[in-house]
Design a protein around this ligand. Structure first.
Ligand code: SAH
Ligand code: SF4
Ligand code: F3S
Length: 450
């Protein structure tokens, strides 16, 4: 019997989640089957992340766990995919004897071949990066559901000095608009209600004829009841045309993830972020002028080399100015091979931690205040199912990606759009009562951005 059951575990960003679906698509076409039971798997794949040291440590810990399983079933294969495969290559196979396969993000088409050779006792290694691979023609394996991720581009050319992504994912390249639209059509006909377009830097999308604004508009037109989200936007390439496109389409979510990283121009320059605080704030103002209810989220790094207390205060200051709905906040982690790795990591661990805590506390307060200000307002929600805590409640998400919990009602089911009036809020969740059930997002453009 052919050993063909594969178990895959995914770490890191949504690009990796989307890639795991591509990997399963490729393996499915080659006679492999997905299993949820690790103990029964013939092949265990870890799709890994290298963004910070703790992400890699987690994988090493996991490999430690898997050692036992492997010793009880020596014929089983363990494979490392994704960004760590690219970054560490042969080291992984040489140092971690239990690893049989190492395949980077641009070599997934050859995975069946690498698995075969590993079953024959040879290690399977494929870590070449490509300038053209987009997996355009691969149909990702997806369970039925409401929400899907779609990679619209791969790689990154920005070379922020702290970041490994350009090294682990290679140069930037975009998929053809046509193939993305076909994929969305397919998802719409399967009953999906939301797609998130993914790229490290979606606003530099370009397929020769179309830019990212064209792509978003085309996606929005596929199905007016399919919400379109996108991430991540880089402040340098966020054009007015793009903002106008977001504003014009009721089903494009008025929510922009716009990582600022730091509020200090000196640090932004050292990071090679290619914008200033002033330019960043101009984009925020412009977006709010066009869409009064637009929401922003961000990424922030604390303790980048040479960051002073004043630089840190400047970060707190920009957070107060923008008032993000949410933020992903990290301590700087030096990554070998990046430019910043050569700079002295001179902010002590204690200071990084203390600054990070101040950033987190401020963000929680801002999120709480923003949520409180929504009490009494009406929001359009895509119902996702029972709330986590009780079957008597349903939960869904607003246009700005906030979770709303409200009492169950007979005619409402998963995948419906409903209008809910908010009556209570914490920093993480909104609670409300059903106002009405909507059947189409187009029916109520004015209430989408409440
Ligand atoms: N392409 C996206 C971000 C990808 S990585 C963008 O440019 O915004 C996600 C986040 O991880 C980054 O925004 C950054 O805040 C954080 N990050 C990346 N490298 C890091 C490092 N070396 N140390 C700490 N955080 C890092
Ligand atoms: Fe990394 Fe910068 Fe590219 Fe984002 S834009 S992936 S932070 S190099
Ligand atoms: Fe991690 Fe690679 Fe994504 S380093 S954040 S999995 S692009």
């Amino acid at each position: 019997m052919k050993k063909n059951s594969v178990y895959i575990e995914t770490y890191g960003c949504q690009m990796n989640v989307a890639d795991s679906e591509i990997v399963m698509g490729i393996l499915g076409n080659n006679g492999y089957e997905l299993t949820q039971q690790i103990k029964k798997a013939d092949v265990i794949l870890l799709n890994t992340c290298s963004i910070r040291d703790n992400a890699e440590q987690r994988i090493y810990g996991r490999l430690g766990n898997l050692k036992k399983l492997k010793s009880s079933r020596p014929d089983m294969l363990i494979g490392i995919l994704g960004c760590m495969a690219e970054r560490l290559r042969k080291d992984l196979i040489e140092d971690k004897k239990i690893v049989d396969i190492v395949v980077g993000p641009d070599e997934y088409r050859r995975l069946p071949e690498f698995i075969d050779s590993a079953f024959n006792g040879e290690k399977g290694i494929g870590v070449k990066l490509s300038r053209t691979e987009t997996y355009d023609d691969i149909i990702p394996y997806r369970e039925d559901g409401l929400q899907a991720w779609i990679s619209v581009m791969r790689g990154c050319d920005k070379f922020c000095t702290f970041c490994v992504v350009p090294f682990t994912r290679g140069r930037e390249r975009s998929r053809e608009l046509k193939s993305i639209i076909e994929e969305i059509n397919l998802l719409s006909s399967r009953g999906f209600k939301e797609v998130t377009l993914l790229g490290q830097n979606v606003n530099s999308y370009s397929d020769a004829e179309n830019d990212f604004a064209d792509l978003l508009a085309a996606c929005a037109e596929v199905d007016r009841n399919l919400r379109i989200r996108f991430t991540t936007s880089h402040p340098q390439d966020l054009s007015e045309k793009l903002l106008q496109t977001i504003a014009e389409h009721p089903n494009i979510c008025k929510y922009i993830h716009l990582p600022v990283q730091s509020g200090s121009n000196r640090i932004l320059e050292a990071m090679n972020r290619t914008y200033t605080v002033e330019h960043y704030l101009t984009i925020i103002d412009k977006a709010r002028e066009l869409m009064p209810n637009v929401s922003f989220s961000t990424d922030i790094i604390s303790g980048f080399p040479s960051e002073t207390y004043e630089d840190h205060l400047a970060t707190l200051d920009i957070m107060q100015k923008v008032r993000y709905d949410g933020a992903y906040m990290f301590k700087y982690s030096p990554r070998e091979g990046t430019k910043a790795y050569k700079m002295e990591d001179d902010v002590s661990e204690d200071v990084k931690a203390k600054r990070l805590q101040e950033i987190i506390t401020l963000q929680q307060q801002i999120s709480y205040e923003i949520n409180q200000s929504l009490i009494g307002k009406e929001e359009i929600i895509l119902v996702e199912g029972n709330s986590k805590k009780s079957d008597l409640f349903l939960s869904g998400r607003t246009d700005s990606n906030k979770i709303v919990v409200f009492p169950k009602s007979e005619n409402i089911s998963e995948g419906d759009y409903v209008k809910v009036k908010i009556n209570r809020a914490t920093s993480a969740t909104l609670f409300g009562d059903l106002v009405e059930s909507l059947y189409s997002l187009d029916d109520s453009p004015s209430s989408i951005a409440v």
